[in-house]
Design a protein around this ligand. Structure first.
Ligand code: ZN
Length: 273
């Protein structure tokens, strides 16, 4: 199912059971969402914004969530729940519950977010600021490549490996895809954005979109880079092993302020040693 559609449906379903109702329980295993004092406040709106689902409360705060690949919103009137489902949603959420992200209950309804990729409660202003600074989502049906190109060009001195992961440029590319995209397009992760022409940047983005779409369709977790020799990835996490294309040893270096790992083939990607 296209992500945009499922998000729109989720917002409609969650909105139908929460909007205008008073929160009786707001519970999460995430420390930053604990004891937020939302009980007694009214849900003023539930909306899909970009790839995010936003729940507004009447005290000026909003809850921001992103589903990414695995996340899901379950929303029902309590009368429509079976006894087993009622017991399940009424249970306490333990700190090591890796499935549940958030449970919101009202007198008559319940909404449960599982495996949310982003789950943030903050003032409406801060949530809006965060949303407006996000670059276009690579997987969105209305993905705007021209916008991403413009944002890339605003970071001429940033290495391409770091730039691909800046969510303010393009949202969606993580550490695994970063290395795989650069390898498949034979681009050195250490070149600066300024050193790459438009055609190369566009190729990288297209490759990222194709890889991620394919992965989404198969519903598998990062297992679709290459069917090549039964490997899950060409270079990611293969430091010291032989490149699947040229037999040179794959290397890993850490880059940027966050010291994120980048895997590459020095030969295929023309990296000077
Ligand atoms: Zn190679």
């Amino acid at each position: 199912m296209p992500e945009g559609d499922s998000l729109f449906i989720a917002a409609r379903n969650v909105g139908a059971v929460l909007t205008g109702r008073t929160v009786t329980r707001f519970e999460s295993p995430l420390p930053e969402l604990k004891e937020q004092g939302l009980e007694g406040h009214v849900v003023s709106a539930v909306r899909a914004q970009g790839k995010h689902l936003v729940i507004d409360f009447d005290d000026g705060r909003s809850f921001l969530s992103h589903l990414r690949m695995q996340g899901n919103w379950f929303a029902r009137e309590k009368v429509a729940l079976s006894q087993r489902q009622l017991e399940k949603t009424a249970r306490d959420v333990s700190w090591d519950d890796e499935n549940t992200t958030l449970i919101i209950e009202t007198e008559s309804s319940v909404a449960v977010l599982t495996r949310g990729a982003i789950a943030v409660l903050d003032t409406r202003e801060k949530i809006e600021r965060r949303l407006s600074s996000l670059g276009p989502d690579l997987l969105s049906p209305d993905y705007d490549q021209a916008e991403v190109m413009a944002r890339l060009r605003e970071h001429p001195d940033t290495t391409i490996a770091e730039a691909l992961m800046l969510q303010s440029i393009v949202a969606g590319i993580g550490n695994v895809y970063k290395s795989e995209i650069l390898f498949l397009e034979k681009v050195s992760p250490f070149l600066k954005v300024d050193e790459l022409d438009d055609a190369t940047l566009e190729r990288l983005l297209k490759r990222g979109r194709d890889l991620m779409r394919r992965n989404l369709q198969r519903g598998a977790r990062r297992t679709t880079f290459g069917t090549f020799a039964g490997q899950n990835s060409y270079v990611y996490n293969r430091s010291g092993e032989h490149c699947l294309k040229c037999d040179t040893k794959v290397r890993m270096l850490r880059q940027g302020n966050l010291q994120r790992s980048t895997y590459f083939c020095p030969e295929c990607q023309h990296v000077e040693s």
